[in-house]
Design a binder for this molecule. Structure first.
Ligand code: ADP
Length: 266
């Protein structure tokens, strides 16, 4: 606990004296530290691709100027680095948008069956490119939740994309949606969406920290896969804003399961 002491002279005749008060500034200090860490992380994440880009520009202006094969190779790497910066800026914007929102507008009713089917459809080519497949098992729909369609699409898009990226080789991903008649935490009906993969799993020591911004189990692997380290932080914020909860479970050697529970609207 961190305190700031305030000291003042009080002049009130015979009752004059010194007034000392203490203020608990722990939260303020911690928020300040988190902000500084965040800025340091963002700067580092941006500087890495930027340094690579600057290096290649210099090479293209000098030694590689008259070498078409080298030029093409360098331009391809520069494109990858620029895309990395682009994804980082996109994810930073998403994160700041969802952090600013108190709650989602409670007036949009969405069918989660339809939304999950569209996420699966759009990510099937990514799984197939890795030689894998996506499967689904949904309770009969429509099954409604209240929320923002783009944001919920982002939640399940991030989770399924991670399951493909960090899953087994070839990746096999199952997306399941089931009804909870009465959720003990929400004290009402809920929907349970699970993304299950066949990957090497996650060591339990990492699980509580996975939703922190820029936290990665294996930085090299994440970067190689085009990750920004912000995906699960965004997922957690969006799920919280929808009055839901996120659960992460993993059995090393067998795979991982990311579960999102959202209040159901009848
Ligand atoms: P990234 O952009 O690095 O993928 P995320 O926030 O989406 O960032 O995920 C954070 C880290 O959690 C990843 O770097 C990876 O190490 C780990 N991770 C996420 N999903 C899975 C999964 N399905 N299986 C194993 N590890 C995972």
């Amino acid at each position: 606990v961190i305190y700031t002491a305030h000291c003042a002279m009080v002049e009130a005749g015979p009752a004059s004296g010194v007034l000392i008060s203490f203020e608990d500034v722990t939260d303020r200090q911690q928020i300040g530290q988190m902000r500084r860490d965040f800025v340091a992380n963002v700067s580092h994440e941006l500087r890495t691709p930027l340094t690579a880009l600057m290096g290649f520009i210099e090479t293209l202006q000098g030694p590689a100027r008259d070498d078409p094969a080298a030029r093409d190779r360098f331009l391809a790497i520069m494109e990858t680095e620029a895309q990395r910066m682009n994804r980082l800026v996109r994810d930073l914007l998403s994160l700041s948008q969802v952090e600013e929102m108190e709650r989602v507008r409670p007036d949009t009713r969405l069918d989660l069956v339809e939304l999950l089917a569209s996420v699966l459809h759009s990510l099937t080519p990514l799984a197939e490119k890795a030689g894998g497949k996506l499967q689904s098992r949904f309770d009969a729909g429509p099954l409604f939740v209240e929320g923002d369609a783009d944001q919920l699409r982002q939640v399940f898009g991030n989770l399924v994309e991670n399951a493909i990226k960090y899953g087994g080789r070839p990746p096999e991903v199952l997306l399941r949606l089931s009804v909870i008649e009465r959720d003990p935490v929400m004290r009402g009906p809920a929907l349970c969406a699970e993304v299950i993969d066949n990957g090497p799993g996650i060591d339990p020591v990492h699980i509580p920290r996975l939703t922190e911004r820029f936290y990665r189990v294996d930085s090299h692997r994440s970067r190689e896969m085009g990750g920004t380290g912000l995906g699960l932080a965004i997922v957690k914020h969006i799920v919280n804003r929808h009055r839901g909860r996120l659960k992460i479970e993993s059995i090393p050697g067998q795979g991982s399961r990311f579960t999102v529970i959202l209040p159901r609207v009848l």
